[in-house]
Write a protein of this length. Structure first.
Length: 92
């Protein structure tokens, strides 16, 4: 019999979900252009920022994280995430 820890499995499928290791990272902004029932899209401040989306029952918390001291080109980086409300999961 195999036991699968479901939150860990879901986190591996959702690369933008918050992680415990994010506590060591700097929280940054996200410039989003569309947030509706089926899609979130916009721009990260740099290509080095990682997208984070925390979905609660009431809202989406959308932000970015970056390792301290990271040097990166100051170029906006486009992202788009589809939301599948029937599964209550965020998928790329």
């Amino acid at each position: 019999m195999h036991i699968i820890f479901i939150p860990l499995l879901i986190a591996s499928l959702l690369p933008w979900s918050p992680r415990p290791s994010d506590a060591a990272l700097i929280r940054g902004s996200v410039f989003y252009t569309q947030v509706d029932g089926s899609q979130v899209s916009g721009y990260l401040p740099t290509p080095c920022h990682e997208l984070r989306i925390n979905q609660t029952e009431a809202r989406l918390d959308i932000y970015s994280v970056l390792a301290p001291g990271t040097m990166c080109d100051q170029t906006l980086y486009y992202f788009s995430v589809d939301i599948m409300p029937e599964h209550n999961l965020l998928l790329p």
